[in-house]
Write a protein that binds this ligand. Structure first.
Ligand SMILES: [Ca+2]
Ligand SMILES: [Ca+2]
Length: 203
């Protein structure tokens, strides 16, 4: 064999091996650097039902939504998660309506809304109720000075709405409008039943 040809072939094979080794090393490094995929299930929540309580956004009352499952699990601000149910946020009235943006500006968004999602269901009866946890205090210039220093609890009727919404396909299966009046008032909203396939049977 031509010695020069043999030498150039050897050089070519060496180069090929170096290239292959280089690609192999890069592949291994890239594989090690791959991050586990984002838990999309945590981002886009698959919910069978959402139960939405809303009340007058101009008042600072703290109202709570309670849902009890057929397995006797109750979800509310005291127990935010259980039995496939989750309270998205305990709306405190006015206290958590203020956000601070990246420039430090305080922005007030007057929203009074609590949502409990049911990302899965147990067949049986769900019970929904609301509780007037705390009525807003305000400065009452007409009041006698008392332990609150003329601060008085707000009284009078305030409107609320409760909706039970089925997801996929979207349908409002129950809606109620009403008023609450008293501090610590409990209002039973609805008992509704679902089957094994999460279908709404009735109330
Ligand atoms: Ca609340
Ligand atoms: Ca609020």
């Amino acid at each position: 064999m031509d010695k020069n040809k043999f030498k150039s072939m050897t050089a070519y094979l060496d180069m090929l091996w170096i290239l292959l080794a280089g690609f192999g090393a890069m592949f291994i490094i890239a594989y090690l650097m791959i991050q586990p995929p984002a838990k999309t299930a945590d981002i886009i929540k698959k919910a069978e039902y959402i139960i939405v309580l809303g009340w007058d956004s101009e008042v600072g009352d703290d109202i709570d939504l309670w849902v009890k499952s057929p397995k006797n699990v109750t979800v509310c601000f005291r127990n935010k998660s259980g039995g496939f149910m989750n309270l998205e946020k305990d709306d405190l009235g006015r206290q958590n309506d203020t956000i601070v943006d990246e420039f430090g500006n305080r922005i007030v968004l007057k929203i009074n809304r609590e949502i409990i999602t049911l990302r899965g269901v147990h067949a049986g009866e769900y019970e929904v109720m609301i509780h007037v946890y705390n009525r807003e205090m305000f400065q009452d210039t007409n009041a006698e000075s008392d332990t609150y220093g003329k601060m008085t609890k707000r009284s009078g009727q305030v409107k609320y709405t409760v909706e039970v919404i089925k997801i996929n396909p979207y349908k409002i299966v129950y809606a109620k409008e009403g008023v609450y009046e008293h501090h610590k008032q409990e209002i039973s909203i609805v008992r509704f039943t679902v089957d094994d396939d999460a279908e709404f049977i009735g109330f």
